[in-house]
Design a protein around this ligand. Structure first.
Ligand SMILES: [Zn+2]
Ligand SMILES: [Zn+2]
Length: 255
C-alpha cells in the first residue's frame, strides 16, 4: 500500500524532510510513498505556496537523496494545478522529467483563489464552474488522477444536489481512464470525511474508477493518516483494491 500524495518544505507550507515522511510510512507498514509537490507556475506566480521554477531540480534531488538513504520505496510526482491558460507550460514540465505520478487539481476558480468563498448568491455558480474545470482537467490528458475531487468543501458548504452535479464529472473521469485521489486530509479536519466523500466513491466504484490513497501530508505526522478507517469505508462500497503509479504506470494493491 502506498501513500501517494505528500509535500516537502519546498512548497513553503509543509514541514519535515522526505526521509522523515518515509520513516513514518515505514512505521505504518506502507510499501512506499510518492511525493507530489505543488508545481511551479509561469513567471513564478504564487511562489510562496509552491515550487519556484528553479526549484524543480532541487525538489527532484531532495527526493533522490532520500532514496539513497533508505531501501524504502520513495517516488517522485507532481500535483499540477489545472489552469487552462497554462496547458502548454504544464505539458513541457511533464515532458522535462520522468515523473512517477501526476495529480490534476483545481485550486482556483476564475478570480477566486484557493480558500476564497464566493458571494453566497454565487455558491451554485461557483461549484458549477469548479466542476467544469475539473471535467476539462480530466479531458486534458495531462494527469493520472484528479486531486481531492470536492476540494472547495474545505471552505464552502456543498451546493444543493451535489451528487447530481458530480455524476457527469465522474463519467468524464471514467471515460478518460483517470483515477481519483482518495484524499484523507478531510478526515483530519472538521469535515470528518474523505475527498471525495463516500457517496461519490460508491458512484466511482460503479464506473470502475481506480482510487489512489493519499494523505496530502504537509507534515510527517500526516503520512498514512486514517488509511485503515478509509479502507474499511471503500470496501463497504465494493472496492477490493487501490492503485499507485510508478513511471506513470498503474499498479494495483489488494486491500
Ligand atoms: Zn499544499
Ligand atoms: Zn497536495
Amino acid at each position: 500500500m502506498f501513500d501517494s500524495h505528500m509535500h516537502t518544505p519546498l512548497c513553503h507550507h509543509a514541514i519535515g524532510t522526505p526521509i522523515e515522511y518515509a520513516q513514518v510510512a515505514k512505521e505504518q507498514g506502507l510499501t512506499g510513498i510518492c511525493f507530489t509537490e505543488h508545481m511551479p507556475l509561469p513567471d513564478d506566480a504564487d511562489a510562496h505556496v509552491r515550487l519556484k521554477l528553479a526549484e524543480v531540480a532541487t525538489y527532484r534531488e531532495l527526493i533522490f537523496e532520500a532514496r539513497d538513504q533508505t531501501d524504502f520505496e520513495i517516488r517522485c510526482g507532481l500535483e499540477m494545478d489545472f489552469i487552462p491558460e497554462i496547458e502548454a507550460f504544464s505539458q513541457t514540465l511533464l515532458e522535462a522529467h520522468n515523473w512517477d505520478y501526476v495529480i490534476g487539481s483545481v485550486h482556483r476558480v476564475g478570480e477566486l483563489a484557493y480558500g476564497v468563498a464566493p458571494h453566497p448568491d454565487d455558491l451554485e455558480r461557483y461549484w458549477r464552474a469548479y466542476y467544469a474545470l475539473v471535467a476539462r482537467a480530466a479531458k486534458s490528458g495531462l494527469y493520472d488522477s484528479i486531486g481531492h475531487l470536492d476540494l472547495p468543501r474545505r471552505w464552502l458548504q456543498a451546493p444543493e444536489h451535489h451528487l447530481e452535479m458530480v455524476l457527469p464529472v465522474l463519467d468524464v473521469i471514467a471515460k478518460h481512464g483517470l483515477a481519483l485521489d482518495l484524499n484523507t486530509s478531510g478526515m483530519r479536519g472538521d469535515l470528518k470525511a474523505t475527498h471525495p466523500p463516500l457517496e461519490f466513491l460508491a458512484e466511482a466504484f460503479n464506473r470502475n474508477i481506480p482510487l489512489v490513497l493519499g494523505s496530502d501530508a504537509h507534515n510527517p505526522d500526516h503520512v498514512g493518516s486514517h488509511f485503515e478507517e478509509v479502507i474499511k469505508l471503500i470496501k463497504s462500497v465494493g472496492y477490493t483494491e487501490v492503485v499507485a503509479f510508478e513511471q506513470r504506470q498503474l499498479e494495483k494493491y489488494a486491500i
